[in-house]
Design a protein around this ligand. Structure first.
Ligand code: R5P
Length: 328
């Protein structure tokens, strides 16, 4: 542990997140892991330039990347930082990637398109020790990484369930957990299991069920059609998604749920990008929840702090302890 260091861009949104991780490890494990700065600037033509003032020789480096960066910069920075660290004789390099960008393009869903999640994996993995990320778009993406670069995919759901039970217990009565598309069905069923598990030892049992949308897209960010499969009449509904980008999927889903007689309508999307803002979503939902993989400033959004989860995972990885135990 003595050689472990955190690294982040001080001028990025990752800095605060990294500080939270550092504070958690200090307060709960009584261990201070230094947080160092990487300076990231640009040449006049937009090329990325970087510099680390500290000596990284022999260090186990955890680089915490900022999900809010322009996706192409985000990718190039990962390539350059690894080159810099390996050239500086770091002992190991682990990427902490709160939101794994390019994950939605994980298969050839029509001719003449790249499998971008694989291209990303191929380019960033050589020389890495491991990757720690959260609520991957599809678990199978881990298979794009070679066996000597494990991907630890953390789950925010246990924390979300805890928060729902603490602040919204009544809204969970007669609840339908809804998958926004077929690809999200497995993830949503897992969420349902977590809800069931959380009420195992309680006397008052709530009734939970499952529904799924069949969704077609006209173009990226544009929903062509959605059909609901399942009964939501007179029930509360919670939609669970991995990404809220434009919010179009969730707004359309909310309208259909209302037309089908749903009572309260709530949603949780792990990575809240909100490229079209939050007002349409807030108009359509009783409440909107997300995590802080994208920092949120609007108090209308309920935020689950996942920095402690990353901190635990990093601590356990460094100590050689089980990470899956966190999700039992
Ligand atoms: C799609 O496969 C993802 O899981 C999300 O449902 C999607 O990215 C949400 O996008 P938007 O908010 O733009 O509808």
């Amino acid at each position: 542990m003595n050689n472990t260091v955190f690294l982040a861009d001080k001028n990025s949104k990752a800095w605060n997140f990294a500080k939270k991780i550092q504070t958690y490890v200090l307060e709960t494990k009584e261990f201070l892991i230094p947080l160092h700065e990487v300076s990231i600037t640009k040449f006049r033509n937009g090329e990325v330039e970087m510099y680390i003032p500290e000596n990284m020789r022999g260090k186990d480096v955890y680089f915490i990347q900022d999900s809010t960066k322009y996706p192409q910069d985000w990718w190039v920075e990962l390539l350059l930082i690894k080159d810099l660290l390996l050239n500086s004789s770091a002992e190991s390099v682990t990427f902490v990637i709160p939101n794994m960008l390019y994950s939605r393009q994980d298969r050839k869903n029509r001719p003449h398109v790249p499998i971008s999640a694989r291209a990303l994996a191929k380019s960033i993995s050589p020389g890495l020790k491991k990757i720690i990320t959260l609520d991957l778009h599809a678990g199978q993406i881990q298979g794009f990484y070679p066996e000597n670069v494990p991907v630890d995919n953390l789950y925010s759901f246990p924390e979300v369930v805890r928060s729902l039970r603490r602040y919204h217990l009544e809204d969970l009565d007669n609840l339908v957990v809804v998958a926004p598309d077929a690809g999200a069905a497995g993830r949503t069923r897992y969420f349902l299991q977590r809800l069931e598990k959380a009420q195992q030892d309680t006397l008052k049992k709530q009734n939970y069920s499952f529904a799924v949308f069949s969704k077609e897209r006209a173009a990226p960010g544009e929903v062509a059609s959605m059909q609901l499969i399942g009964d939501v009449n007179e029930k509360n509904c919670l939609i669970v998604d991995d990404i809220i980008d434009s919010g179009g999927t969730l707004c359309k889903a909310a309208q259909i749920l209302k037309e089908n007689g749903a009572k309260k309508i709530m949603c949780y999307g792990t990575h809240g990008i909100f490229t079209k803002g939050i007002s349409d979503l807030c108009d359509n939902y009783d409440f909107v929840m997300t995590s802080n993989t994208y920092p949120q400033e609007n108090s209308l959004i309920e935020v689950i702090d996942v920095a402690p989860l990353f901190a635990e995972a990093i601590y356990r990885a460094q100590r050689g302890l089980s990470i899956s135990k966190l999700f039992e």
